[in-house]
Design a protein around this ligand. Structure first.
Ligand SMILES: NC(=O)C1=CN([C@@H]2O[C@H](COP(=O)(O)OP(=O)(O)OC[C@H]3O[C@@H](n4cnc5c(N)ncnc54)[C@H](O)[C@@H]3O)[C@@H](O)[C@H]2O)C=CC1
Ligand SMILES: O=C(O)C(=O)COP(=O)(O)O
Length: 630
């Protein structure tokens, strides 16, 4: 058997919540400290939706996670029983959205359209909503996420750019962010071409001049496009479509994009070049990259100085990628002959903006996505994404959750519940006093390749470990972040095992290091608490505790005890449970040495009361025991 290191996540200790009190010959914790019974996730639903949606145009999809209870509610036909009214999800739409999208949203939830909310009003309102849908005009800041107080589950950006959403805050607070990345691509590309051609022929300026009563044919002599070099900066969806159209206009098109695949460029007859090469050879520069810390003011005094004198610039991406003061300087110096801008650092820009007022600048008020067709398309795209996310389905357009392909998802689905249960069980075996800092997860697998994507399982183990000991709500969005914040370091290994199983995983073992255990039998020789589980008939099973083999279904409640191996014990414990009307669902006995020591796992349908647990603890042959709430 060979162990392969898969990956490791997170870091050192910071905040350490005290481990859950355990029950070796003691009372069980109050229900309040263990209120996690509704938090398993609805993975089956995720897997189903992966196959039922047309994902052919996407290379991968993202899963969003929800609690089973929430998911059940969301997928239930509403008000089917007139006596039981399930509240509909609440959706706030803060900017104009196409009717088709609104109709779709209304068929699922209670939709409120409140346009032009001030930041303060948005913060005041947001706590009432499960979802928020915005365009580029709403700033979804950390304050908004905090004001939501955990109610907000998804933010839908009806468009591409998510620079107006604080993704870090969303992630930290477990809120999924989805966008609508495809429906406005053509609209933005067409607007780019409109600005390019309009600028080259002074359409806007000459129109204004004529309306002012003038006839200035000599003043507005333009430049031709054919044969000119156009540099596309950011060769993504919009950039590629602009390139395709510019080729049709007879332009020589080059592109700079550090992440663009060369074959896509080749297929369009576009040459991928370096940043400096693009700047120094282009007659026209068209910007199509997102606004990120790297692209912020990327076009500044230094970059304008590298451009050909008389260059013309088009920006339908984001205003912030240009240092606007530097652009005014470059225009005044004649380095930049003209600029056509749809987007601005501050929107709307101030009325006396030198850039907007510059005679060589053409401006439009962020109209790139504003065609009827694009707005209907975007509205439907975002409505589907938001409704899907609220239902706990796969979201192909999540921007702050790890990408998990549908294939991986459906393969791992049965193990998700197991992973969470093992995490939850593991933390309950920890003795008080020291927080959990280091967890090793060993995946037993018969597959030789080691490219198993385990992020989903890791997230669920983190969820299982952390949720019972904190008030954090953990999902795929924030699991790694919260683990890091709590100082929980997770390392993962793959262990190659002999198995005829078709499934990618044979077993999952969770080891917790550097902590004591309330159930010493769970400790391995290396001092780690160790529990191992498998999926049997689709159900999570506990198959090993420390060095002991057991075989119990991980459902309901579990009593684990170590006893002197002697006759009559099952009867004794069974009687105690029976006397307090606790039903035994299963039992597993594992002994090491005949008549010396045995580990017993008993599954019970009801949680025994304090008195019953005390009686079990007082049975002389029982050396240690724990009661575990799964
Ligand atoms: N004006 C408007 O109404 C609209 C504006 N947009 C904006 O257009 C931009 C592009 O949108 P899409 O093409 O849909 O996005 P996309 O994600 O398909 O393409 C962006 C491309 O920029 C590239 N990129 C990232 N950093 C770069 C850098 N430093 N240098 C060069 N390339 C870089 C990426 O690799 C990617 O290929 C976004 O900023 C989006 O917000 C999009 C639609 C409408
Ligand atoms: O999709 C984008 O990135 C856009 O810039 C479109 O913005 P809008 O939805 O028109 O405010």
């Amino acid at each position: 058997m060979a162990a392969t290191s898969i990956s490791s996540a997170t870091n050192k200790l910071t905040d350490q919540s005290p481990p859950l009190p355990l029950h070796t010959k003691a009372a069980r914790p109050s229900a309040a400290s263990l209120s996690f019974s509704n938090s398993s996730i609805s993975i089956q639903k995720l897997a189903i939706s992966a196959t039922s949606r047309d994902l052919s145009s996407r290379s991968s999809v993202v899963s969003s996670l929800k609690t089973a209870r929430e998911s059940k509610q969301a997928s239930q036909p509403r008000n089917s029983d007139p006596e039981v009214k399930t509240p509909k999800p609440t959706i706030l739409v803060s900017e104009k959205l196409g009717e088709a999208g609104l109709d779709l949203l209304r068929s699922y939830g209670d939709v409120e359209c409140l346009y032009n909310l001030s930041p303060e009003d948005l913060c005041a309102k947001i706590g009432e909503f499960d979802a928020l849908i915005v365009r580029s005009g709403t700033k979804v800041t950390r304050q908004v996420f905090e004001a939501a107080k955990g109610k907000l589950k998804v933010v839908g950006r009806a468009g591409v750019g998510i620079d107006n959403v604080d993704l870090q805050a969303a992630t930290e607070l477990g809120c999924l962010v989805v966008n609508a990345p495809t429906a406005n691509t053509i609209a933005a590309a067409e607007h780019g071409i409109a600005l390019l051609a309009g600028m080259a022929r002074n359409v806007a300026q000459s129109d204004a001049s004529m309306k002012a009563g003038q006839w200035q044919r000599n003043k507005y002599v333009g430049v031709s496009l054919v044969g000119k070099t156009l540099a596309i900066m950011g060769f993504g969806k919009v950039g590629s479509e602009v390139a395709r159209r510019a080729k049709g206009l007879g332009m020589h098109v080059i592109a700079h994009d550090p992440y663009a695949p060369a074959d896509r460029a080749r297929a369009l007859g576009v040459e991928l070049v370096s940043f400096d090469q693009a700047l120094s050879t282009a007659d026209f520069v068209s910007l199509h990259m997102p606004l990120t810390p790297t692209t912020d003011k990327l076009f500044n005094d230094a970059t304008f100085a590298k451009m050909k004198k008389g260059v013309r610039i088009i920006n339908v991406a984001r205003g912030g990628v240009i240092d606007e003061d530097a652009l005014v300087r470059a225009l005044d110096a004649g380095i930049v002959a003209q600029a056509a801008l749809d987007v601005f650092t501050k929107e709307p820009p101030s009325k006396d903006s030198k850039l907007v007022q510059h005679e060589n600048v053409t401006v439009t008020p962020h109209l790139g996505a504003s065609t009827k067709e694009a707005q209907e398309g975007v509205a439907v795209e975002i409505a589907e994404a938001v409704v899907g996310a609220l239902r706990g389905e796969l979201s192909a357009t999540a921007v702050n959750a790890p990408m998990v392909s549908p294939e991986v998802l459906s393969e791992l689905a049965p193990y998700v519940n197991l992973a969470e249960k093992l995490g939850r069980l593991g933390v309950q075996l920890v003795a008080g006093g020291r927080g959990i800092q280091s967890v090793k997860v060993v995946y037993g697998s018969s597959r030789a390749s080691d490219n198993m994507d385990t992020r989903l399982l890791r997230s669920m183990i983190v969820k299982g470990i952390i949720e019972p000991i904190s008030d954090a709500h953990i999902n795929l969005v924030n699991a790694d972040f919260i683990a890091k914040q709590k100082g929980l370091r997770i390392s993962e290994e793959k262990l190659l095992v002999d198995s005829s199983s078709e499934s990618p995983i044979d077993s999952i073992q969770v080891q917790i290091s550097n902590v004591g255990s309330k159930f010493e039998s769970a400790l391995l020789d290396n001092g780690n608490i160790s529990i191992e589980g498998r999926v049997k008939d689709g159900m999570p099973h506990l198959t090993r505790v420390g060095a002991f083999s057991v075989d119990v279904s991980l459902e309901g409640n579990l009593i684990l005890y170590r006893q002197v191996d002697q006759p009559g014990m099952i009867g004794t414990v069974g009687t105690i449970l029976g006397e307090s009307n606790v039903n035994v669902s299963f039992m597993s006995v594992s002994r090491t040495v005949k008549r010396v020591k045995a580990i017993v796992a008993i599954g019970v349908d009801e949680a025994p009361n304090k008195e019953t647990l005390k009686k079990i603890g007082e049975v002389p042959a029982i050396e240690e025991f724990v009661f575990l709430d799964l």
